[in-house]
Design a protein around this ligand. Structure first.
Ligand code: ZN
Length: 349
């Protein structure tokens, strides 16, 4: 394998670690999966940087909801628009701070040319993504303002419910068909996003919500950080029908490195083999084609396999994909070209 294929990634939560406004992306951040220099060393070309507003109360002890067969965690309460908008501003500001601290090293990209140029020139590229649309008011004014600021991707829900729809709880084993889908305002959100050219992420929607997006949207369907349900039957993963629908739309699935979404037994244990990781890429490539699978690490948002360690693990995954038989051209698609294609067909410029 050529050593230098850049990897563009579908999802990280690294902004949460910068929220104090002091911690810098250019420091050695020992407790995180990503900082600039480790990412650069790993060939990380950038990705979708999520603005996610955490729930107010700390989640209860998860072990209360686990038994020998699996788990079913209750979802946290809704959050208010005000707290979500305030926190989204805080995290978006950290994304812009990464750029202003070192504009020659990192760029917030707003169109396909900027994205392609960044990858070509080795400038790390960040896409402003909102995970859970609680900060968007029901007149959509904030959507238009945030778009002008650089917002180019949005997931209508994180797993907790909001005015736009119901999310999928974390259950194993379970289908993703766990409840109601988008509300009328959720459908309106899709229409506004299509109009502006904001990518819509179906990750964290339940199955009904997924199909509501699929029927409403005019853009390729995307799941930025979800895996294969046929391998790991957790509610967060995608059924074969959903994978087929994403492929038919020209969309893409970013493979999530969350251990409980990779492992067939759904356990939250980090001794996951490289074969178990590669199996999700291979399944989608064999089933619907290599054009529809990419990276969606969830770095800094989840527990990842020990074998990956941190962002440096992306190199190991690329090597393992190569050893699994993916050609150079296929590796380039998985690494970044699939994401670029989807954004070319989604963004307005
Ligand atoms: Zn997520």
């Amino acid at each position: 394998m050529k050593k230098d294929i850049p990897v563009f990634d579908g999802h990280n939560d690294t902004l949460l670690h910068l929220q104090d406004g002091v911690t810098s992306f250019y420091e050695s951040l020992k407790d995180t999966h990503i900082d600039y220099y480790r990412a650069k060393e790993a060939g990380f070309a950038g990705g979708f940087f999520a603005a996610y507003t955490p729930s107010r109360e700390q989640e209860e002890d998860r072990y209360n909801y686990m038994n020998e067969n699996g788990y079913k965690f209750p979802l946290p309460d809704r959050i208010t628009k005000e707290e979500a908008l305030g926190f989204t501003h805080k995290l978006a500001a950290q994304l812009f701070r990464i750029e202003t601290e070192n504009p020659d090293k990192f760029r917030v990209v707003r169109n396909v040319k900027e994205l392609k140029d960044s990858i070509d020139q080795g400038t790390m590229a960040g896409i402003f993504h909102i995970e859970g649309a609680e900060c968007i008011d029901l007149s959509f004014d904030s959507l238009y303002v945030l778009y002008e600021a650089g917002l180019r991707s949005i997931g209508p829900v994180w797993s907790r419910s909001n005015d736009f729809g119901e999310g999928v709880p974390f259950c194993y084993p379970s289908t993703p068909d766990t409840g109601g889908g988008l509300t009328d305002k959720g459908i309106e959100l899709i229409q506004h996003c299509n109009h502006l050219g904001i990518m819509i992420d179906t990750t964290h929607l339940n199955e009904k919500g997924f199909w509501d997006v699929a029927h409403a949207t005019t853009a390729p369907i995307v799941a930025t950080h979800s895996n294969v349900h046929a391998i790991c039957p957790i509610s967060r993963n995608l059924t074969d029908e959903q994978i087929q629908e994403i492929a038919d739309s020209g969309g893409v699935i970013g493979i999530n490195f969350a251990v409980n979404m990779l492992r067939a037994d759904g356990k939250m244990e980090t001794d996951v083999s490289m074969d178990e990781i590669i199996a999700h890429f291979r399944y989608i490539a064999d089933f619907v084609g290599v054009d529809h699978v990419a990276f969606g690490s969830d770095f800094d948002g989840t527990s990842i396999p020990d074998i990956l360690q941190d962002v440096s693990g992306t190199r190991k995954v690329m090597q393992a994909l190569s050893e699994d038989g993916f050609t150079e051209e296929e590796l380039e698609k998985i690494a970044y070209k699939n994401w670029v294609r989807v954004l070319e067909n989604t963004w307005k410029d």
